[in-house]
Design a protein around this ligand. Structure first.
Ligand SMILES: [Zn+2]
Ligand SMILES: [Zn+2]
Length: 86
């Protein structure tokens, strides 16, 4: 899985393949760039967007807010609500 890092907040996602355009940060919608690092799929949690059906990976315990590829918002969990209050 190729690692992408947000230029704004440092958030990371992992993709199985390179895309024609860079993904957007699932937390802050900042532009993401490939870091050159990679991780094994078994270390990561897979997410699939209900809207565009694209899949991506994040570290376990990290949850996406927005789809990196479209404007879909994932259902907000109690944990993320608490983080947003900070
Ligand atoms: Zn970000
Ligand atoms: Zn999507």
């Amino acid at each position: 899985m190729k690692e992408f890092e947000c230029k704004r907040c440092g958030g990371r996602i992992y993709l199985a393949q390179e895309l024609e355009r860079d993904p957007l940060c699932p937390s802050c919608r900042g532009g993401m760039v490939q870091t050159g690092d990679s991780k094994k799929a078994k270390e990561l949690q897979k997410y699939e967007c209900f809207e565009c059906k694209m899949s991506f990976y994040m570290k376990e315990k990290e949850k996406p807010y927005k789809c990196p590829f479209c404007n879909y918002s994932f259902p907000v969990t109690p944990r993320i609500k608490q983080e947003e209050r900070l």
